[in-house]
Design a binder for this molecule. Structure first.
Ligand SMILES: Cc1cc2nc3c(=O)[nH]c(=O)nc-3n(C[C@H](O)[C@H](O)[C@H](O)COP(=O)(O)OP(=O)(O)OC[C@H]3O[C@@H](n4cnc5c(N)ncnc54)[C@H](O)[C@@H]3O)c2cc1C
Length: 466
C-alpha cells in the first residue's frame, strides 16, 4: 500500500484534471472536509475527491485499487459509525452529485448519488408528492436508501427501498451498470438493504406518492412517569391503526425551543411523533384515542408541509455532536421490556439523548423478507438508542448509558438491528441483521465485488471467503 503522504502527491499527479476537487492533509479545508456528522469520528483519509460524475468515480476506484488504498464512499456523511470516511485511504465524496429531476408524468424522481433528502423533498413537494425517507432532511439519500430507509411515511408507503425503481452503479471494476427489476436483478435485490457493499450509486430513481400540500404531524408528550401506560397503549394502538397513521415512539427531553411551551422545556417525557397522511378531520378522528391515555402535556398535531416535517429536527441534531448508537429489531413490547425502557428512559444522560421505536408494519410488510435484502420485514419495530451530546467531555457518559440501556433491552429483541442504526459491532451482528438473506448477499458480493473493494460499510464478505 502506498503511504498516505505519497498517496496525495500521486493523486494530484494522476488525477490532474480533478485537482480542484482533491483535498488532502495540509489543505486549509482538510479538517472541514473529512468531518462527518458524528463528532466522535475523527479519521484522517489520505485523499478526498469530490466527484461530479460516474466517470470520475470510476477513475477514483481504479486509482485506489492501484495503490491498495481503502475506499470510503461519502453520501450525506450521516452514518453513525462514520462509514463515509476512512483512515489513510481515499474518500469518494459524492456531494457534487446533487441533481434532482422530477418526472410528473411517471410519478418518479431521479436523484444524484450525493443528494440529501431535503433536496429531494423540496422538489417532489412542488407536485404534492414524496418518496418515503427518514426524519432528518440533512441525511444522505445514498446511505439511508441502501440500508432500507425508515421514517414518517413507512406505514403508508413502505420503506424507502420499496419505492426504488432503479439505480446507476459504478462497480468495483469501474464499469457503470443500471440495476432494476429487469437489469442486473440480483444486484438490484442486494442494493435494497445491503448497504454500500456492491458499488457506488451515482443516481437513484424513485417512485413518488401523493402526500398533498401538508401532512398532519406533530408530537404528543406525556410525563416520563407515564411511560409504562403510554407504551402499553402504543403497542396495541399503532399496529391496529390504518396505514395512514405513522407514529414513532420516543423517550426524550423537550428541547428549549419556541415551538414548545416554556414550562415543558427540558422536561423528560415519553412521546409519539405522529404523521398522518390525510385531512385534518381524518387525523383528529384517527388519533382521538390518544387523548384518553394518561394526561398528555401537549398534543401538537396539525398541517405541516412534508419538507417542513422532514426538517423539524435538523436544528436539534446538527453536524459535530457526539453520537453513540445501539439498535435492535423488536417484535413484542412485553411488560417486562417496557419496564426496562422506563428504567433507562428516566436516566437519559443529556438533552439530545433519546430512544426511538420506528414501526415497520403497514405497507412495509406488503413485501416479503426475502424479496429485498432488508430481512426484518416481520419485525414490529426498529429500536434505536441514541446517546448524544455536544460536549466531547460527555462522550463516555452517553456511551455508557447507551450500552447499559442496550444490554438491558437486547435480550428482549428479535436478534439483529437496522444496519443504518448500527456502529461498528462486528460480523456476527451483520449476519444477525441479514439472517437468511446473508448467504445470497454474499453470493451477489462475490459476483460484483469479489475482492471486497467496498468494505468500509456493514460488510458482506464475498461468498468464496465468507
Ligand atoms: C440525526 C440522524 C437521524 C437519522 N434518522 C434516520 C431515519 O429517520 N431513518 C433512517 O432510515 N435512518 C436514519 N438515520 C441513519 C441514516 O440512514 C444512516 O446514517 C445512513 O447511513 C446515512 O446515509 P448518508 O449517505 O448520509 O451516510 P454516509 O456516512 O455518507 O454513508 C453511509 C454508508 O452508505 C454508503 N453510501 C452512501 N452513499 C452511497 C452511494 N451513493 N453509493 C454507494 N454507497 C453509498 C457509504 O459508503 C457508507 O457505507 C439517521 C442518522 C442521523 C445522523
Amino acid at each position: 500500500m502506498t503511504s498516505t503522504t505519497a498517496l496525495l502527491e500521486i493523486a494530484r499527479r494522476d488525477l490532474t484534471d480533478l485537482n480542484a476537487n482533491i483535498v488532502g492533509p495540509g489543505d486549509p479545508d482538510y479538517d472541514a472536509t473529512r468531518a462527518v456528522h458524528n463528532g466522535m469520528i475523527d479519521r484522517h483519509p489520505g485523499v478526498i475527491v469530490r466527484c461530479s460524475n460516474a466517470d470520475e468515480v470510476a477513475r477514483c476506484i481504479a486509482f485506489a485499487r492501484a495503490h491498495g488504498a481503502p475506499i470510503a464512499v461519502r453520501g450525506g456523511g450521516h452514518n453513525g459509525g462514520g462509514l463515509g470516511v476512512v483512515d489513510d485511504g481515499i474518500v469518494i465524496d459524492l456531494a457534487g452529485m446533487t441533481n434532482v429531476t422530477v418526472d410528473p408524468g411517471s410519478d418518479s424522481v431521479r436523484v444524484g448519488g450525493g443528494c440529501t433528502w431535503g433536496q429531494v423533498d423540496q422538489a417532489t413537494a412542488e407536485y404534492g408528492r414524496a418518496t418515503p425517507s427518514g426524519i432528518i432532511s440533512t441525511t444522505g439519500v445514498g446511505g439511508l436508501t441502501l440500508g432500507g430507509g425508515l421514517g414518517h411515511l413507512t406505514r403508508r408507503f413502505g420503506l424507502t427501498i420499496d419505492s426504488l425503481i432503479g439505480a446507476d452503479v459504478v462497480l468495483a471494476d469501474g464499469s457503470l451498470v443500471h440495476a432494476s427489476a429487469n437489469e442486473h436483478p440480483e444486484l438490484f435485490w442486494a442494493l435494497r438493504g445491503g448497504g454500500g457493499n456492491f458499488g457506488v450509486v451515482t443516481s437513484f430513481e424513485f417512485r413518488t406518492h401523493p402526500v398533498g400540500a401538508a401532512v398532519m404531524a406533530g408530537p404528543t408528550f406525556w410525563p416520563i412517569e407515564q411511560t409504562p401506560e403510554v407504551m402499553r397503549f402504543y403497542r396495541e394502538f399503532l399496529p391496529a391503526a390504518p396505514r395512514a397513521v405513522n407514529g414513532f415512539f420516543a423517550l426524550m427531553t423537550v428541547p428549549p425551543v419556541d415551538l414548545f411551551p416554556q414550562e415543558l422545556h427540558l422536561r423528560k417525557v415519553c412521546a409519539v411523533m405522529w404523521c398522518v397522511v390525510g385531512s385534518e378531520e381524518e387525523a383528529a378522528q384517527l388519533l382521538a384515542p390518544v387523548h384518553q391515555v394518561g394526561t398528555p402535556l401537549l398534543h401538537g398535531v396539525g398541517p405541516v408541509p412534508h419538507p417542513a416535517l422532514q426538517s423539524l429536527f435538523d436544528g436539534l441534531y446538527t453536524k459535530g455532536l457526539q453520537c453513540y448508537w445501539r439498535a435492535d429489531f423488536v417484535n413484542e413490547l412485553s411488560d417486562e421490556l417496557i419496564e426496562r425502557h422506563f428504567e433507562w428512559g428516566k436516566k437519559l444522560p443529556s438533552m439530545h439523548s433519546t430512544m426511538h421505536l420506528y414501526p415497520i408494519d403497514g405497507a412495509a410488510q406488503d413485501i416479503g423478507s426475502a424479496d429485498t435484502a432488508f430481512s426484518y420485514r416481520d419485525a414490529q419495530w426498529a429500536e434505536v438508542i441514541f446517546g448524544v451530546d455536544p460536549d466531547p467531555a460527555n462522550a463516555d457518559a452517553i456511551r455508557d448509558w447507551c450500552v447499559g440501556y442496550w444490554d438491558a433491552t437486547h435480550p428482549h429483541s428479535a436478534g439483529g438491528a437496522y444496519v443504518n442504526f448500527m456502529m461498528d459491532e462486528g460480523q456476527e451482528r451483520v449476519r444477525a441483521t441479514y439472517r437468511e438473506n446473508y448467504d445470497r448477499l454474499a453470493r451477489v458480493k462475490a459476483q460484483y465485488d469479489p475482492d471486497n473493494v467496498f468494505h468500509v460499510n456493514q460488510n458482506i464478505h464475498p461468498a468464496a471467503s465468507a
